[in-house]
Design a protein around this ligand. Structure first.
Ligand SMILES: *Cc1c(COP(=O)(O)O)cnc(C)c1O
Length: 425
């Protein structure tokens, strides 16, 4: 038994399924999960001492690569001064100012400790502000694990959703409408029928939790127009895309101004952080100013702020996102071209520093198309690459991430392993 396997066996005694977040268990790809003991730059090392090129990056936050010296220094210096006060600190002010400066749609922002908290709070705020109950989400988008968002499409057109997890009361799910991503027609139809009841629409402006699905520009524009017309709050869930697809995030890339934005992942630089913010008029409904309650003992934690601020400082360097996007493009174009030469049904695409790999001819545009990908082919590819020291997300339905620390050597190692695989596949 390897050290990884041994640790997994032991973990299953006191941790349900041996993991603290389900995708880590390798349930989708099969086999035993890796336990990591360290990371540096583009690489991670498991408990058996094997080194991997990392394309997960803690599911997005590690945009500078692992253990960046400036981030680690900021964390250590801040930790020396005390870990938590449950009172305002200067670092929260710095973070709030910076987020509002980088995202012009945000007049005000509140800091929390995870992406889930951010989306859950944004939904409550939108409902409190509008006095409405219904929310709209899109199939395949993930917004954390709050009850009202763990909902899948109901049967038939324009019906409210069903819980996608046990433990979510149907009454909760009944306030959530689930529509198809990129389907502007259905969206308009829904608003024409129910617009006055809709408190908010929440969307991943680039979907990254059903593999990667890029938005159609016209779809995002329709979304903005419908929300404006009916006074519904448009929430861009940029927990993944925020400071990952570009310095102005997805809202800047596509030129759409949401009413509220949720953030997480990159803004914590690897520490637990979330944020939600937007129009002042809406944000002022929050306690202590307004009637919508929201709070957190560790919200705006100083050590987490320090890691996030150090990360956000470095990714503002001139040319950072051009370089990151170029690296990501080299990876996806390289993989697609190798597969094409080998005659394999495979495609790939990237948006900024995130990417999707698909075992089908063309990148999918909806959840239904994502589901048409050959999952078994992905799983074989995943395990081959893992053996070769390349760590892709352990599921065919997750986006991948490149960091600024990924250099030509790592790309070449990845492409050469893929060449070996596709020539035999
Ligand atoms: C990761 C993610 C979340 C949840 O964030 P957590 O920090 O895991 O709670 C919410 N929305 C999107 C788009 C995400 O990618």
């Amino acid at each position: 038994m390897t050290n990884n396997q041994n640790l997994f066996e032991k973990s299953r005694i006191h941790i349900p399924g041996g993991v603290n977040s389900p995708v880590r268990a390798f349930g989708s790809v099969g086999g035993s999960p890796l336990f990591f003991k360290k990371g540096k730059g583009a690489h991670v090392w498991d408990e058996d001492g094997k080194c991997y090129v990392d394309y997960v990056g803690s599911w997005g936050p590690m945009i500078l690569g692992h253990a960046h010296p400036e981030v680690i220094r900021a964390v250590c210096e801040t930790a020396e001064l005390g870990l938590s006060f449950g009172a305002p600190t200067r670092l929260e002010l710095e973070m709030a100012d910076l987020l509002c400066e980088l995202l012009p749609s945000m007049d005000q922002v509140r800091l929390v400790s995870s992406g889930t908290e951010a989306t859950m709070s944004a939904i409550r705020l939108a409902r409190g502000y509008t006095g409405r109950s219904a929310i709209v989400k899109f199939e395949g988008c993930y917004h954390g694990h709050a009850d009202s968002l763990l909902v899948k499409a109901g049967s038939g057109a324009l019906t409210f959703g069903n819980p996608s997890s046990a433990g979510v009361p149907p009454e909760t799910a009944q306030h959530t409408l689930v529509l198809d991503y990129n389907d502007a027609g259905k969206l308009e139809e829904t608003f024409d029928k129910l617009g006055e009841k809709i408190a908010a629409v929440i969307i991943e402006p680039v979907a990254g939790n059903m593999n990667l699905v890029a938005p159609k520009q016209a779809f995002l524009e329709t979304l903005r127009n419908c929300c404006t017309k009916y006074g519904s709050v448009l929430i861009f869930d940029e927990v993944m895309t925020g400071f990952r697809v570009g310095l102005a995030s997805a809202q800047g890339l596509y030129g759409i101004r949401p009413d509220l934005t949720t953030l997480g992942k990159v803004i914590g630089g690897g520490m637990p952080v979330g944020a939600f913010g937007g129009k002042k008029e809406i944000m002022q409904s929050l306690a202590p100013l307004g009637p919508v309650y929201q709070a957190g003992t560790l919200s705006g934690n100083p050590v987490a702020m320090a890691a996030g601020l150090a990360t956000l400082k470095l990714l503002q360097a001139p040319g950072f996102f051009e370089k990151l996007s170029e690296k990501t493009r080299i990876l996806t174009e390289g993989l697609a071209s190798i597969a094409k030469d080998a005659g394999i049904a495979f495609s790939a695409q990237s948006v900024g520093g995130m990417f999707g790999l698909y075992f089908r001819e063309t990148p999918p545009e909806s959840y239904a198309e994502v589901m048409q990908c050959d999952k078994e082919a992905f799983n074989r590819f995943f395990h081959f690459m893992l053996d070769e020291g390349i760590y892709f997300a352990p599921s065919a339905f997750e986006a991948g991430f490149v960091s600024i620390a990924h250099e030509e050597a790592e790309m070449e190692k990845t492409l050469s392993a893929a060449r070996k695989y596709f020539s035999k596949a």
